[in-house]
Design a protein around this ligand. Structure first.
Ligand code: NAP
Length: 486
């Protein structure tokens, strides 16, 4: 859709993934029609549009991976796969009439707050301008692919792919494939690729904790039940409570943690009878420090004859393949980087300028932080969705998105109600909350290894350390005294 050279809207939302869609829907439910949803990709879906690698699935039970206002009776499995989730998102957009608000294939390159007018001036990649009273950044932490910093990567002569930019229809059947990375993504990708590969070499730097995936096909009875009024909502609520109990698994000495460690250890022992292979797959860091993997087919895939687990570090990549530190050359036709996301420089692709010409990059020089993951002092009328310290290892991110949207909407409403130009979080309140959070995270399980949850200084910027209910309670209704208005 074409964007006019200059338009004025009440709300501009960047990113049409789960949080952007939720924001759009809730605006409409409150009668606000004057908003646009700007999305760089050719379709909506966010991470589920980008991550189309074979085997991509959600790793929390699907009933909890739906919004409270839109339970989904169509899931076919407890752990839904990427196309089903994308279909859910497309249904959400259709049912709530979001199409006229979508601006697909557009990116914001610059955003500057004009204090006198109380408006954001957003410059798009085609040069057009959007002026918006409120700017919602719903790009999430996992949107920029991270390529591994390995000499020779781009000299590789075969097919080079990143899981987060998987080309539609890519077929690696019959090829010698190398996969770099052993996180959640690789654990889903490897079993799917292994089925068709002539040979698959998995380059592992760190062995990870793997728990069984207690999946289940939803049969006719389930589907019938899920169409009964209230049932899908009930199932969602029940799963949310079950997941909430899993939070204890991240606390040293808890029963839940002991059970999780025991289950993961037994899973490895059961699935990998070869003691040497098992030894190489045994994690050396505390469970939960990095994202836990849930899989029943990852370990069995590695034991297949066409698969090899390579634990020697990678020395370089040549036109023909990968050379490891032991001098071995691994000849490859395709190299897949399942190396995750650049989480330490979120929004690096656009320059955001708040009050007094200060950029977000400047504000975050000592590390990214936002009041309850949502608002940043000096950046009025600006809301982050899934911002710093709102990630968890135990539950569905959608449970965090809904209260964030409510919070942002309440702030917007306050500006209108009080006839103000802007609202901004108080610097002292934001600093105190960030400090309390870091104190809580110090010594936690997430501080005991390196992961995408931490920045180069070791500060944990991605994790919410508490229960979901604590976050929801703190965020749903803004504390009016935390904000200043002008
Ligand atoms: P990740 O967890 O960051 O894992 C990246 C992997 O690449 C790690 O094993 C890392 O090793 C390895 N790696 C990176 N650079 C390397 C290098 N230069 N040489 C060798 N190995 C290298 O990324 P991800 O697996 O894409 O997952 C990211 C997040 O996405 C997850 O934590 C999760 O939140 C989300 N996700 C969710 C699902 C789902 O089912 N809902 C699925 C996939 C992903 P080290 O550990 O040694 O750094």
């Amino acid at each position: 859709m074409h964007v006019a050279r200059e338009i004025d809207v009440e709300v501009a939302i960047l990113g049409a993934g789960m949080s952007g869609l939720c924001m759009g829907i809730q605006l409409k439910r409150r009668g606000v029609e004057d908003f646009i949803l700007i999305e760089k990709s050719a379709g909506l879906g966010g991470t589920w549009w980008d991550n189309r690698y074979p085997g991509a699935q959600v790793d929390v039970p699907a009933p909890a991976y739906s919004f409270s206002f839109a339970p989904n009776p169509h899931w076919t499995h407890r752990f839904a796969d990427a196309p089903e989730i994308l279909a859910y998102q497309q249904r959400l957009a259709r049912d709530h009439g979001l199409a006229p608000h979508l601006r697909l294939g557009h990116a914001i390159v610059e955003a500057a707050f004009e204090a006198v007018a109380g408006r954001w001036r957003l410059t798009l990649n085609d040069g057009s301008i959007v002026r918006a009273r409120f700017f919602v950044c719903s790009t999430g932490p996992l949107s920029q692919p991270r390529w591994p910093d390995i000499p020779g990567l781009h000299d590789f002569g075969g097919r080079l792919l990143h899981t987060a930019r998987w080309p539609a229809g890519a077929d690696l059947s019959g090829l010698r494939i190398g996969v770099i990375g052993t996180g959640s993504t690789a654990s889903q990708l490897v079993p799917a690729l292994a089925q068709k590969a002539a040979h698959l070499a998995l380059f592992q730097r760190t062995p990870n904790w793997v728990l069984p995936r207690v999946d289940r096909h939803y049969g006719r009875l389930d589907r019938w039940l899920m169409h009964l009024p209230g049932y899908a909502r009930l199932a969602r609520g029940a799963w949310v409570q079950v997941l909430e109990m899993g939070r204890r698994g991240f606390d040293e000495g808890s029963l839940a943690r002991r059970l999780m460690v025991r289950a993961a250890t037994a899973h490895l022992r059961r699935q990998v009878p070869d003691p040497q292979l098992r030894e190489r797959l045994t994690p050396r860091y505390p469970l939960g420090c990095k994202r836990i993997i849930y899989s029943n087919d990852y370990f069995p895939a590695l034991a297949q004859p066409q698969c090899a687990l390579v634990t020697a570090p990678i020395r370089e990549i040549t036109p023909d393949g990968v050379v490891t530190a032991d001098g071995r050359a691994h000849a490859l036709d395709a190299l897949v980087c399942a190396t995750g996301f650049d989480t330490t420089r979120p929004l690096a692709q656009l320059r955001i300028t708040g009050l007094d010409g200060r950029t977000l990059e400047d504000a975050w020089r000592g590390g990214q932080r936002a009041y309850l993951g949502l608002t940043v002092p000096g950046f009025p009328n600006f809301f982050l969705m899934l911002g710093p310290n709102t990630g968890t290892g135990h539950t569905s991110t959608l449970l965090f998105i809904e209260p964030q949207v409510q919070h942002a909407l309440a702030c917007m409403q306050r500006v209108r109600r009080e006839g103000r130009r802007w609202i901004s979080v108080r610097a002292d309140v934001a600093a105190a909350q960030a400090e309390a959070l870091q104190q809580r995270l110090a010594g936690s399980v997430w501080s005991q290894c390196s992961s995408w949850y931490r920045d180069p200084s070791g500060r944990i910027f991605a994790i919410w350390p508490g229960f979901t209910r604590e976050y929801v309670r703190a965020v749903r209704r803004p504390d009016e005294s935390a904000y200043e208005l002008a």
